[in-house]
Write a protein that binds this ligand. Structure first.
Ligand code: CO
Length: 135
């Protein structure tokens, strides 16, 4: 069921500063322009590191899902990991049958890459929020 690691998402308090750190200090060659995703409550920059991507997420708007995370982690931190799956509905049904909690209403939403995604409760996966994306 579980495919490759699609991305690791980092919540950051200052997207411009985080972008500069990845591009200039770490020397990442492929860094996107910032993109506003109001339906997800984030501004995002994608850093392509070849075998996976790093997503830098900054809160956008008052209902941003990462605002509370940044309150607890003011300097930023790892927010979630995203794994690819071939069939997101089959993956969801398998996970629910196994007792894992799917966040929200259990129906996939369109993620930052325009593909269906689901999130799994971090308490079921060792303190890490898990995103599944149908690749
Ligand atoms: Co993500």
């Amino acid at each position: 069921m579980l495919g490759r690691l699609n991305h690791v998402a980092l919540a950051v308090p200052d997207l411009a500063a985080a972008t500069a750190a990845y591009r200039d200090t770490l020397g990442a060659a492929q860094v996107s322009e910032p993109q506003a995703l109001p339906e997800h409550g984030v501004n995002v920059v994608f850093v392509d590191v070849g075998n996976t991507k790093i997503e830098l997420l900054e809160p956008l708007g008052e209902a941003s899902p990462i605002a509370a995370f940044l309150e607890k982690n003011p300097s930023g931190g790892m927010h979630h990991v995203c794994y690819e799956v071939d069939d997101i509905l089959a993956a969801r049904d398998h996970l629910k049958a196994s007792g894992a909690r799917v966040l929200g209403d259990g129906n996939p939403k369109t993620g930052a890459h325009g593909k269906p995604v689901l999130f799994l409760h971090p308490k079921d996966f060792f303190g890490t929020l898990v995103e599944l994306e149908q690749a």
